[in-house]
Design a protein around this ligand. Structure first.
Ligand code: ADP
Ligand code: MG
Length: 247
């Protein structure tokens, strides 16, 4: 435990909560699948950033998580990788058929951000599938201006991951284009912006669609009072990971 604390100090990581999972300084030790490691390396992502090295183990352990780290600190990978690994594990155990899934949702405050995040997820999933050993994971982008019929090639198979803006996701859930029967991972990216833009009630509404125990992650560059209150009511015994700027 003392060793873990030393690592956190080295990377300026503050943590709070009960039984914080240990930080892991290398992707290999996080059991990241080989093809993803290779893809990361090819894109000069060699070592996890501080939010990743403490956030990914926390998320992968199944805990609720509040991740606070400045812009450009690699938060996207910190919440996408655990979801991809979780979805992959389920798909490898028992392949999803049409109508099954999604395993997890990534909520973004804007179409642009959702689109970027979606591109990221699809790229990592394709890197995985290129290696014959791993299954193809299916991801849907759920934002205004894109209809589900445009994505029917994905919807005709099992669905693993949805990247969405709140309004369109609610619309899709109400129309029962997919259900949350098997959904157990909800991540809010840029939670500060999400609350500022008035999406708080939409997110609460989305949470009410979950049928089973849910792991909730909230990522933000800042932690204003409103986010603290929202986290307090929506997360269960979260691990808080707060990364300051070095120096
Ligand atoms: P944030 O959401 O925290 O603002 P992003 O997730 O958008 O940051 O990442 C910012 C940039 O850093 C992206 O170009 C991403 O590819 C890159 N990046 C992410 N993780 C790492 C890493 N471990 N090492 C090097 N670059 C990384
Ligand atoms: Mg970001």
């Amino acid at each position: 435990e003392e060793q873990h604390q030393k690592i956190r100090e080295k990377y300026h990581i503050l943590v709070d909560g009960e039984n914080i999972p240990p930080p892991i300084e290398h992707f290999v030790d996080m059991k990241v699948p080989g093809p993803i490691l290779e893809y990361l390396k090819a894109n000069r992502i060699v070592l996890p950033t501080p939010i990743q090295l403490q956030g990914i183990p926390a998320a992968f352990s199944g805990r609720d998580l509040i991740g606070i780290a400045f812009t450009g600190s690699g938060k996207t990978l910190a919440f996408c990788l655990p979801l991809i690994m979780m979805a992959l594990e389920e798909e490898m155990k028992l392949p999803f058929i049409r109508g099954e899934g999604p395993v997890g949702i990534i909520l973004c405050p804007s179409r642009e951000l959702a689109n970027q995040t979606y591109e990221n997820v699809v790229t990592w999933c394709s890197a995985l599938a290129k290696d014959g050993k791993y299954s193809q994971l299916n991801t849907v982008l759920c934002i205004g201006g894109i209809s589900m019929s445009e994505q029917s090639h994905v919807m005709s198979k099992g669905l693993h991951i949805v990247v969405a803006t709140p309004g369109r996701l609610i619309d899709m859930l109400e129309k029962k284009r997919f259900t949350f029967n098997n959904c157990k991972y909800l991540c809010m990216d840029e939670a500060d912006r999400m609350i500022d833009l008035g999406f708080e009630d939409d997110v609460r509404n989305i949470m009410s669609f979950f049928k089973r125990q849910r792991q909730t992650l909230l990522f933000s560059a800042t932690m204003p009072r409103k986010i603290q209150d929202f986290a307090q009511e929506s997360l269960i015994k979260p691990v808080l990971v707060n990364v300051g700027r070095a120096g």
